[in-house]
Design a protein around this ligand. Structure first.
Ligand code: DGJ
Length: 738
């Protein structure tokens, strides 16, 4: 279906996909951007525009420049949509294919064939040298979030098998304009266990390829599949508000690189990690890459921070049934309180204490199965430990249900301890090359989810536990990086395919469970936030953001994670972490930190003293009242957590219709007792009056309430004298249309 009308003179192009009637150019139009791709006369597909929305089908004819020099061939400089390995291409390439005779040369050209279906565009390419080798580029427009989703499919029509040794999803080319983009900076996310999603900014330099990646076989903590590219302010310019940003929908090893040439032209390329990757396509087979979604905004990082989480949320809501009806629940999990020491008696005690607090989901974490008293045994044996739970876990589930809570349980399906019945029965199911020492991490090996029998075993065990115990939620953990990854079973497949099979196996199991139990909630966890990516968030309900539950540490972690995660999926527990003899972080500060996303309680309720129970109950009640804005709003940072030496940070969650907002302000300490400046809000309606309510340490008592116009809230802001002195001071502010 072609959506264009009145030839090329139309003004006010509608959102969607339009083809130019004279040229092979396609205009992908979103609310505030346009992405134009076109085929040159030779058949190369190149990007012709990415940025501000165009109003008509401009005559953007795709041509290759002449070679800049014999050393700088035109095709190297071209903004190719899918730069392949081969020919005179020397910038980052996305696709490398090897034929049985050793040829590693492709000549992919537009085949004169395209399909537009709604918001989807498919462009078909054919290899000029081997015409039965076909590649289809897929584009999908998310108009309201100014995002394009890309992937492609390689089809082998040759009579022989071919090997793909690199299959990055896409190359993106943010434009460069003289005087506007002279100095460009890429924003990425680094990290490690207990300190995920640190925001890093790096100025791009010509001749240097900047790469963020995971070589660990899963998303991992070291970097996160996210980028944002922006111009940097200098003496004469303020820096542009144009930001290009994107993320990968992939939970396996991944890479995103940025490369700039001396003219400032940038290529961003990314997809499945190519190190040790391989895929063999027999005659008639095809391979499709995961999605790389990227967008444009002229509203700066704040605009990028709004669009990507909204986009992910849109697809999560579309795919995940549980996300279509309820808010994400307030949960209780005793892992930090009792670790492996879970017993029926103790968990029941906690159930009784959690319910009156307003907790909606009670979770038994690690330790309920097999011979699991610590992390050295039992992993893989998904049978209830009868010493700890003589009557099984069903009585706990029943009691939780009777008290109006959901019941959840922990699994680590991909892990296996060598000291387990499963490993003793099936050592061949774990990744390990025979004859060399095993590489254990946390005393475990990884099961090969590429093997159908492994998936079947896990499916059966998880299914049984869920069904027999009326489980409403599972926490799917994964506590080690992959090693020795190979197929290691006799199916004749290329051993390097295993990196993809394990991810597809993981998705397959998650999808099957979601299908069998449409009301089952799933949390993605990997030693904290090692598995936070759009690929899994489009399938599950929530993620465990970090094992670090210290509230001040959390500010930094959540600052980074909220660049790409919808607020509701980002879970934070209130615990005692960070308290010692000298420091007591108020419960209010802990709750306020966790009020940025999904709320959890991880304290040992048996150790609660004085008014702790009452206070917890009151904060949970207030959280539920504000939850629609917190979970469905846009989370923006008015002050990033690293700005001042005394650690000030302020967030604003704003309802999409701007009728209300929740502001959280934190001040770690005030060495000089100096007054904190006013906090200016954003994104409200200037002409509207808002009712302002401010809480400090007591959820039942507002410190201040007044009415103020949106204009004044944005121009001058709110005074927070409660943060002027003391340590770990925080405030919660709710503004709502009066
Ligand atoms: C790592 C997770 O991040 C923790 O929350 C906890 O579930 C432990 N694993 C259990 O082993």
């Amino acid at each position: 279906m072609m959506l264009w009308k009145n030839k090329n003179t139309v003004t006010g192009l509608s959102t969607g996909i339009h083809k130019h009637d004279k040229f092979n150019t396609w205009f992908l139009v979103t609310d505030a951007s346009t992405y134009v791709v076109g085929a040159t006369a030779e058949g190369y597909l190149v990007n012709l525009h990415w940025g501000a929305r165009l109003e008509q089908l401009d005559n953007l004819n795709a041509t290759l420049n002449t070679d800049f020099s014999s050393q700088d061939p035109a095709i190297t400089m071209a903004k190719e949509e899918l730069p392949i390995f081969g020919g005179l291409r020397y910038r980052e390439n996305a696709l490398k294919i090897e034929l049985p005779d050793g040829t590693r040369e492709l000549n992919l050209l537009y085949a004169g064939d395209a399909n537009v279906t709604g918001n989807h565009l498919d462009l078909h390419l054919r290899d000029g040298n081997h015409t039965d080798l076909l590649v289809t580029l897929h584009y999908e427009v998310d108009a309201e979030n100014d995002i394009i989703r890309r992937s492609y499919t390689v089809r082998n029509g040759l009579k022989k098998s071919i090997n793909i040794s690199k299959a990055l999803t896409a190359a993106w080319h943010p434009p460069t304009t003289l005087g506007r983009d002279d100095k460009r900076e890429i924003v990425t996310l680094s990290g490690e266990w207990n300190a995920e999603t640190n925001v890093e900014t790096t100025v791009l330099r010509p001749g240097v390829r900047h790469v963020v990646e995971s070589t660990r076989g899963f998303t991992a903590h070291a970097s996160f599949p996210y980028f944002a590219l922006r111009s940097v302010a200098d003496e004469i310019s303020n820096g542009e508000q144009d930001v290009y940003f994107g993320t990968l929908a992939w939970s396996g090893g991944w890479e995103i690189s940025a490369q700039m040439n001396p003219e400032g032209e940038v290529r961003i390329a990314g997809g499945i990690q190519h190190l040790d990757f391989g895929w063999t396509l027999e005659h008639g087979e095809s391979f499709t890459t995961p999605v790389f979604a990227a967008g444009y905004t002229n509203e700066g990082m704040s605009g990028a921070r709004k669009r990507l989480p909204r986009h992910t949320r849109k697809y999560q809501k579309k795919n995940v049934k549980t996300q279509q009806k309820d808010y994400n629940p307030v949960l209780y999990n005793s892992w930090e309180a009792v670790a492996f020491n879970v017993t029926a008696e103790k968990q029941l005690e906690l159930v009784e204490k959690a319910a009156p607090l307003g907790v909606e989901l009670f979770v038994i974490d690690d330790g309920w199965f097999g011979a699991r008293d610590n992390d050295s045994a039992g992993l893989g044996d998904w049978y209830v430990n009868k010493d700890k739970f003589p009557n099984g876990v069903k009585p706990i589930a029943d009691r939780a249900h009777a008290l109006g809570m959901k019941f959840g349980i922990w699994f680590e399906p991909e892990g296996v301890n060598p000291n387990s019945d499963l490993y003793r029965a099936h050592p061949e199911w774990a990744f390990h090359y025979p004859g060399i020492p095993r590489y254990e991490a946390r005393n475990e090996l990884s099961l090969n989810l590429g093997i159908p029998e492994v998936r079947d075993y896990l499916y059966k065990r998880l299914h049984t536990i869920i069904k027999e115990n009326d489980v409403d939620y599972i926490k799917w953990d994964m506590n080690r990086p992959f090693a020795e990854v190979s197929m290691l079973h006799d199916n004749g497949r290329n051993p390097r395919e295993a990196y993809v099979h394990i991810v597809n196996g993981y998705y397959d199991l998650v999808d099957r469970l979601k299908k069998d139990f449409p009301d089952l909630w799933i949390e993605s966890c990997s030693s904290g936030g090692g598995r936070m990516d759009m690929g899994i968030v489009e399938r599950v309900d929530q993620v465990w953001t970090s094992d670090n539950t210290r509230p001040d540490g959390r500010l930094f972690i959540q600052y980074g994670a909220s660049l790409f995660l919808p607020p509701r999926v980002m879970y934070g527990w209130v615990t005692e972490s960070g308290n010692d003899d000298n420091v007591k972080i108020p419960l209010s500060f802990r709750f306020h930190t966790s009020f940025m996303g999904g709320l959890g309680i991880g304290s040992n309720l048996n150790d609660f003293k004085g008014t702790d129970m009452e206070e917890t109950k009151n904060w949970i009640k207030l959280y539920k009242e504000l939850r629609p804005v917190i979970q469905d709003g846009d989370l923006d940072w008015l002050v990033p957590p690293s700005r001042l030496s005394d650690l000030t940070a302020v967030t604003q969650a704003t309802a999409q219709d701007r009728s209300e907002a929740v502001v959280l302000a934190f001040r770690h300490r005030s060495p000089f007792n100096r007054p904190i400046p006013k906090v200016r809000l954003r994104n409200l309606e200037a002409k509207q009056m808002y009712q302002v309510r401010i809480w400090l340490e007591d959820a039942t008592k507002t410190e201040d309430t007044y009415e103020m116009s949106g204009a004044l809230l944005m121009a001058q802001g709110i005074s927070l004298p409660g943060l002027n002195s003391g340590m770990f001071r925080s405030a919660l502010v709710h503004v709502k249309k009066a």
